[in-house]
Write a protein that binds this ligand. Structure first.
Ligand SMILES: Nc1nc2c(ncn2[C@@H]2O[C@H](COP(=O)(O)OP(=O)(O)OP(=O)(O)O)[C@@H](O)[C@H]2O)c(=O)[nH]1
Ligand SMILES: [Mg+2]
Length: 379
């Protein structure tokens, strides 16, 4: 048999297999084998008998084996077709989906990485008093601007800080100082109790009258809080300018007639207007009684929480303020909070106050100063 197998492989190749053998019962020990092999392309070759016997019996065997193998070969061919089709399906349908998923995973891990890198920036903003939502928006904007491609850069955080500084410098609007003789010569100061309306008005009145030599009048509409009228009167006496209490539309209109010639009229208002709608309505009537354009400055303290600032922006919206004055910068542990009111109202900042001294503790808002309060670096 080993000789038969050797001969078979010589004829049919190394892969040949003997599928049947018959002892021919002769003294020379010759056997008849039937074998299958593969051709060069790996296809099965029909079974052949390598031996010398070409009898009709062996021919019949070969024929019958060929008939037996035919379905098998067809099966193999159909399996091949199936594999080809499956591969096509994988290439056309599954692979693109898989690639999308892969991209998604890579992108989200990059975003997480970006979040990890920019986390300190977000924390810095929140620590300085910026509302979490606003801080998140700012950090996201920086992230977009930077582009995830730069994620590996070591100086990413300082790049991000620089970008944030630039972004804030563009976004924060600055109004500039009060300019009597501009579109308005009447300036009113509204805001909640104790925010610094009377003090800020006195600081400005003092600068206008004493430093700039302008002809001004102080008017108070706050007859609600005890001592309020006296406080405003005292300031006007110290500065040396006329003082009027206008608690009715008629007295306001009369004051305007009396002081028709002055450069500027500064109007103090009651803090009570924050919580009391009637007081707000009354104040509206008084301001309307001036018969002139009134430039209203909304005062908010840097010590106010975002929730307080939101309430202030909403309740004083009826006066249509066109400027924001941020007070008590000196007292605030979180001066970055001023960004909240600026964002909530979308109004430009006119002044910032940083102490109780009249008139020293006030300055015209500058973008660099505001940004430095937020980020701790002068822009
Ligand atoms: N630390 C600090 N204190 C300030 C500042 N501005 C005002 N104040 C003080 O805050 C207190 C209240 O100031 P007012 O000017 O009376 O506040 P107001 O808004 O007129 O208050 P009402 O009339 O009650 O509504 C006073 O003690 C002021 O000296 C500031 O920028 N920093
Ligand atoms: Mg006051």
């Amino acid at each position: 048999m080993s000789e038969a197998l050797r001969q078979t492989r010589r004829v049919l190749g190394a892969d040949a297999m003997i599928v049947s053998a018959r002892n021919l019962d002769n003294p020379a020990g010759i056997v008849e084998v039937t074998a299958v092999g593969t051709d060069k392309g790996g296809r099965m070759r029909p079974p052949v008998s390598p031996g010398p016997d070409k009898s009709s019996e062996s021919h019949d065997n070969r024929e019958s084996l060929s008939v037996t193998l035919e379905p098998l070969m067809e099966e193999i061919a159909s399996l091949r077709r199936m594999v080809r089709e499956m591969r096509k399906l994988t290439d056309e349908a599954i692979l693109p989906g898989f690639n999308d998923l892969r991209t998604l995973i890579i992108e989200s891990s990059r975003e997480q990485e970006a979040g990890r890198l920019l986390g300190p920036l977000y924390t810095e903003l929140v620590d300085t008093g910026v509302m979490p939502d606003l801080a998140r928006d700012l950090v996201r904007a920086v992230e977009l601007e930077l582009g995830l491609k730069d994620i590996d850069r070591r100086d990413w955080l300082s790049l991000a800080r620089g970008l944030l500084r630039d972004m804030l410098s563009k976004q924060i609007k600055i109004a500039g100082p009060l300019v009597p003789g501009g579109p308005a010569r009447i300036f009113s100061f509204v805001g909640p109790s104790g925010v610094g309306k009377t003090t800020t008005m006195a600081k400005l009145a003092s600068r206008m009258a004493l430093s700039e030599g302008l002809d001004i009048v102080i008017i108070t509409t706050d007859t609600y809080r005890i001592g309020s009228v006296d406080q405003a009167r005292r300031y006007s006496e110290l500065i040396g300018v006329p003082f009027v209490v206008a608690d009715r539309p008629e007295t306001m209109a009369a004051a305007l007639r009396t002081y028709a010639h002055v450069d500027a009229l500064l109007i103090d208002t009651p803090g009570r207007a924050f919580e009391n709608e009637e007081v707000r309505e009354h104040l509206k009537e008084l301001l309307a009684a001036t018969g002139e354009a009134v430039e209203t400055h909304l005062l908010t303290s840097a010590t106010h929480s975002p929730a307080q600032q939101a309430a202030i922006a909403s309740r004083f919206g009826v006066f249509e303020p066109s400027r924001v004055i941020v007070t008590k910068i000196d007292e605030s542990m979180q001066p970055g909070g001023l960004l909240n009111i600026v964002k909530m109202t979308e109004l430009p900042i006119s002044y910032m106050t940083g102490g109780q001294r009249v008139p020293e503790d006030i300055e015209v808002a500058r973008c660099g100063k505001v940004v430095s309060l937020l980020l701790g670096v002068e822009a």
